[in-house]
Every structure is written in structure tokens, then in C-alpha cells.
Ligand binder design. Structure first.
Ligand SMILES: C[C@H](O)[C@H](O)[C@H]1CNC2=NC(N)=NC(=O)C2=N1
Length: 94
């Protein structure tokens, strides 16, 4: 289900460090790890979680920093699937 901006903002209060980019729309979080290998390791864990639910974040790796963006591409919207995967990613961040 496509979420309204109010529904997204409400959901963000239950997540860690995610913010809404209303222009896309998408939610995004930046995660800094110890080094590049730690960043890649987290990407691998996120990839496993994404495959389990067949829903996939956009991931940008810059040395030890991940920029994670979640939207439902088929809808051009933020959905419950994005909020659920964000919550799962929050559990994986060390
Ligand atoms: C066929 C498959 O279910 C779709 O292509 C899925 C895969 N993962 C996806 N991930 C995201 N973020 N948005 C999608 O629309 C999407 N579609």
C-alpha cells in the first residue's frame, strides 16, 4: 500500500536515523562502519534480508559509509514493504 507523507513520518518515529526524501519519494539512512570490509559485510547481510522478502534497497558504498535508499520502484512510492525492510535493516546494523 502506498503510504502518505503523514503515514511515512509516523513510521519513521519507530525506525533509527531514517529520513524521508519527499521529492523521490523514498526513505534513506546513512550508516558508517569501521572500514570498507565492514561496510561490504553489512551489504551482504542486507542482501540476504532483501532476497528473503523480494524487496531491495538502493545501496551506495563510499569506503566505510553506506547510503541506503528505500522506495517501491514499481509504485514510485514508499510502501509498507519499505518500512518493514528498513526495520529489518536497523536490526542488522552493528
Ligand atoms: C519481480 C520482483 O518481485 C520485483 O521486481 C521486485 C523486486 N524488488 C523490488 N524492490 C524494490 N525496492 N521495489 C520494487 O518494485 C521491487 N520489485
Amino acid at each position: 500500500m502506498n503510504l502518505t507523507e503523514n503515514q511515512i513520518q509516523d513510521g519513521l518515529t519507530r525506525l533509527t536515523d531514517w529520513e524521508l526524501d519527499p521529492a523521490v519519494p523514498a526513505i534513506r539512512r546513512t550508516v558508517r562502519l569501521a572500514d570498507f570490509l565492514a561496510a561490504v559485510s553489512l551489504v551482504n547481510e542486507i542482501a540476504q534480508a532483501a532476497e528473503q522478502v523480494d524487496h531491495h534497497p538502493d545501496i551506495d558504498i563510499r569506503y566505510n559509509t553506506l547510503h541506503l535508499t528505500l522506495s517501491t520502484h514499481s509504485e514510485g512510492a514508499v510502501t509498507e514493504q519499505d518500512m518493514a525492510l528498513a526495520a529489518r535493516i536497523d536490526e542488522l546494523v552493528p
